[in-house]
Design a binder for this molecule. Sequence first.
Ligand SMILES: *[C@@H]1O[C@H](CO)[C@@H](O)[C@H](O)[C@H]1NC(C)=O
Ligand SMILES: *[C@@H]1O[C@H](CO)[C@@H](O)[C@H](O)[C@H]1NC(C)=O
Ligand SMILES: *[C@@H]1O[C@H](CO)[C@@H](O)[C@H](O)[C@H]1NC(C)=O
Ligand SMILES: *[C@@H]1O[C@H](CO)[C@@H](O)[C@H](O)[C@H]1NC(C)=O
Ligand SMILES: [Fe+2]
Length: 537
Amino acid sequence: MKSAAVVFVFSLALVGLASCGQYVPNNWQSGGQDPAEVEVVELPFEDDGGVQQVHITLAPHTSAPGAVVVSFASSTKAEEAGVYYREEGVGQASFAQARMTQYNHTTFQNDGTYTSPYLYHALIEEVSTNITVFYEPVLTQEQGVTLSRSLRVPPLASAFGGDPEQEMKLAMVGDIGQTSNSVQTMDHITQELGDVAAMVVMGDLSYADNIDARWDNWGRLFEPVLDKIPLFGLPGNHEIETDQEDGVSFRPYAHRFQNMPTCDNGCGGFDNKGWKANMWYSYNIGSAHIIHVSSYHKYEAGSPQYMWLDRDLSSLDRTKTPWVIVNLHAPWYNSNVAHQGEFQSYAIRREWQPLLCQHRVNMMFAGHVHSYERVFPTCDNSTVDYHRGITYVNIGDGGNREGLYNNWLPGENGRAGPIWSAFREGSYGHGVLHIMNSTHAFWKWHRNNDGDKVTRDTTYIVNEVAWEAKRDDKETVKESTTFVNNFFDVQISFIPFFILVALLCYSIAITVLYKKRNAAAKRDYESLTEMSVTNKL
Ligand SMILES: *[C@@H]1O[C@H](CO)[C@@H](O)[C@H](O)[C@H]1NC(C)=O
Ligand SMILES: *[C@@H]1O[C@H](CO)[C@@H](O)[C@H](O)[C@H]1NC(C)=O
Ligand SMILES: *[C@@H]1O[C@H](CO)[C@@H](O)[C@H](O)[C@H]1NC(C)=O
Ligand SMILES: *[C@@H]1O[C@H](CO)[C@@H](O)[C@H](O)[C@H]1NC(C)=O
Ligand SMILES: [Fe+2]
């Protein structure tokens, strides 16, 4: 049976491969291994002094689990600025006053000093959970303002007493930028509006690269999605943007985004003249506790970030938050030639991996490498067991101007890639993490085939902590020793078409056989192991 399954996997992979090893977009000039610069999409803009660049995030905490932050910009300085909002089913609108900030940024690329628009952030604390909120940012308070925008506050997080079995979807994306490829990725995320609770960005948001007018362009370009889907960000290397005059880094990012402004568990980072935006922080959403950390701040044992991370992980109760996910920019495992052997990857992994594994973190998402890769669950560098350790996903393929990376390290042990690499592909795209209940999540990565969103990699993620707690028999999880190669990476476009057709017919026959066998064993844990394997397709 096992050999039949392997042949089935192999046949399908061959059929799939004939057309889809990697997707090179129409507008990608080089078409080769060298990343090509891609044009920034400039949105025409005439400043009328009004509200622009509206984007939202969530700020759930114990006493206000539905809290929301609305951020916006304007060239008008308005002491009264804020947000009118109304929950669905409530007649009367309320008003939340905004805080205002502004920054100067002196860089060579800015050709001197850039002064930002006034940046407004309004915290709305008095909202319920699992509800639609209609809202409108304003510069002056007046009667009868039309609330033209809306957002959806997710159901009560299990950490605050919600159901730990509740489902939730999150859109996962990294290294977005502002090219036509970025626009496609964000269009695809917009298609998930109403389905995903939030968009999680693994750093490198705008690729403004010291040209601050590009931050403004980014804010306007993606306002149609960022004012509907809450964004949780983190600092990447493109957020560093050190000021040439005073040497302060992360200033544009910190002033434009508010990450958990209510954060009461000591999270921290940038602090500039009383203006604080968090570089590392955590939040509870659905049944997950999600931690955002910085690859570009001190990380050693004893550093503020390490001490905070240790404290945050130690305070968790997995019966309340069954899922724990850590997100950062520089990946710990990466089999792409790009960004190999970077300090921020290996040094932080060496320092933090024992801590994260000790606390049995379920998944880690990263960006930085402009391609997609999923790594088998592991706490060292090798894997023979699909359910032990952290599942790592690199999703730096949002579409930025530096282009794709599709040059990979060679295989090991007869596989196309290193033994720990489950799936890799150099295409633009984004992923959706579907937390189904406390024990199972379904991960799906889509690539952008120009206008279309095509699913390329899927797998179940088993939450071993919740699973072990639930299992009737407390036997330790049986080790899976078979290893299925990742056939996607083999280049076989020269194979004649008739062979593929023959294999397709064969694979259909095997599928039927395989499904019959699989159905019988579906409900027990060993069959879930097999599901994870076959679902890699
Ligand atoms: C920016 O620089 C100008 C000119 O030096 C100064 O007047 C202004 O106060 C500065 N703004 C901020 C927010 O630092
Ligand atoms: C959230 O609200 C929707 C309808 O608005 C309802 O169907 C759903 O059951 C609610 N979910 C929770 C967890 O309360
Ligand atoms: C994992 O790889 C790193 C270098 O990439 C090495 O320093 C470390 O010892 C390896 N760990 C294990 C458990 O093999
Ligand atoms: C959790 O979801 C998985 C996948 O759909 C399912 O097999 C399992 O029975 C679910 N568990 C519970 C307790 O509902
Ligand atoms: Fe990066």
